[in-house]
Ligand binder design. Structure first.
Ligand code: SAM
Ligand code: SF4
Length: 296
């Protein structure tokens, strides 16, 4: 929409397709994960947007009378902003767009290191209630190999902080991230992390390399062998088998997945496992996305 001044490309979770995207920062302040090329173009160098510009955009949206119920704060780690800056942003949103019901953001675990539960609870009260956390794996070795800069413990600490503040988390885990060698520990440790954290939402994406694998392979010293579709399903079976979730909405239907799965865990665990097992045992019995239908 014309009121917004975006620096493209813009990324948002699939579930924010109908939200207003408010770009409060450009790029990602970490930008070192070797699988992620989303913010590597020169115009995406990390920079916060000034509050005056953000406020001006919100005023223009309000003047347009476009109905806005949900806002997604972009780009890759808007939660790197201080609690003071985020409070200013939430105050502007509430002043200009009082009908907004949910504000969400991507959130790296390290973005919360200097934020207390009280800080997050304050932001939650102002409407910032959902965080998309790219854990990617619960396996420390895999996390190290992809330069995520996070660990099982740092991810769990952040997810616990979010829960204690009364906000919700939506975790992303990357299917295939450890290649053949680390596939099983990657799946099982990711499940253990989710079991301890009990996030409200969990989604899995298949790691994909539209710009090539050169940067990614360096982290594995040449010992990365990508998973074939059947091996991705076996990894998914390990993950599902190990999961002990009480009430988590599970989605594995992002365009990067060959096999689309969705349900509520634990309730749907057995039926999801049966679908995955059928895809492993009887190729062709379960519809799969073709290579040309996949994307990021
Ligand atoms: C735009 S990023 C922002 C996430 C946020 N910075 C974080 O790390 O928590 C959103 C997610 O896209 C996914 N992603 C990034 N690169 C990917 C790739 N090459 N293949 C599949 N998924 C990818 C990761 O799960 C990542 O957490
Ligand atoms: S996955 Fe997240 S933290 Fe890593 S480079 Fe991409 S946007 Fe930044």
């Amino acid at each position: 929409m014309t009121a917004m001044r975006y620096i493209e490309p813009l990324y948002r979770p699939p579930s924010e397709a109908r939200s207003l995207i408010l770009q409060v920062t450009n790029g990602c302040s970490w930008n070192r994960c070797t699988f992620c090329e989303m913010y590597t173009q020169p115009q995406k160098k990390f920079r916060p947007k000034s509050h005056a510009d953000i406020d001006r955009e919100l005023a223009a949206v309000a003047a347009s009378r476009m109905p806005v119920r949900r806002i997604f704060l972009a780009d890759g780690d808007a939660m790197t902003l201080s609690t003071r800056r985020l409070t200013e942003i939430m105050d502007s949103i509430n002043r200009h767009l009082p009908d907004v019901r949910r504000v969400s953001s991507y959130c790296l675990p390290r973005n919360l290191r200097n934020k207390s539960v009280d800080d997050l609870a304050h932001l939650q009260q102002l409407g910032l209630t959902l965080f998309y956390v790219g854990c990617e794996s619960g396996d420390d070795l895999v996390l190290e190999r992809v330069s995520k800069g996070e660990s099982y413990d740092s991810s769990l600490a952040a997810l616990r902080k979010i829960k204690s503040a009364g906000a919700k988390s939506s975790v992303m885990i990357l299917n295939g991230l450890g290649g053949k060698r680390y596939s099983e520990p990657h799946a099982r440790n990711s499940a253990r992390l989710m079991n301890e954290a009990q996030p409200e939402y969990l989604s899995t994406l298949v790691v994909s390399f539209p710009l090539g694998t050169k940067r990614f392979l360096q982290g594995f010293d040449g010992e990365f062998e990508p998973l074939e579709p059947t091996e991705l399903f076996i990894e998914m079976r390990w993950l599902l088998e190990e999961l002990r979730l009480e009430n988590t909405i599970f989605r594995s239907d992002h365009a990067s997945n060959y096999l689309a799965l969705k349900g509520t865990l634990g309730r749907d665990k057995e039926s999801l496992l049966a679908t995955v097992q059928a895809a492993i045992d009887r190729p062709g019995s379960v519809p799969l996305r073709q290579e040309w239908q996949r994307g990021l």
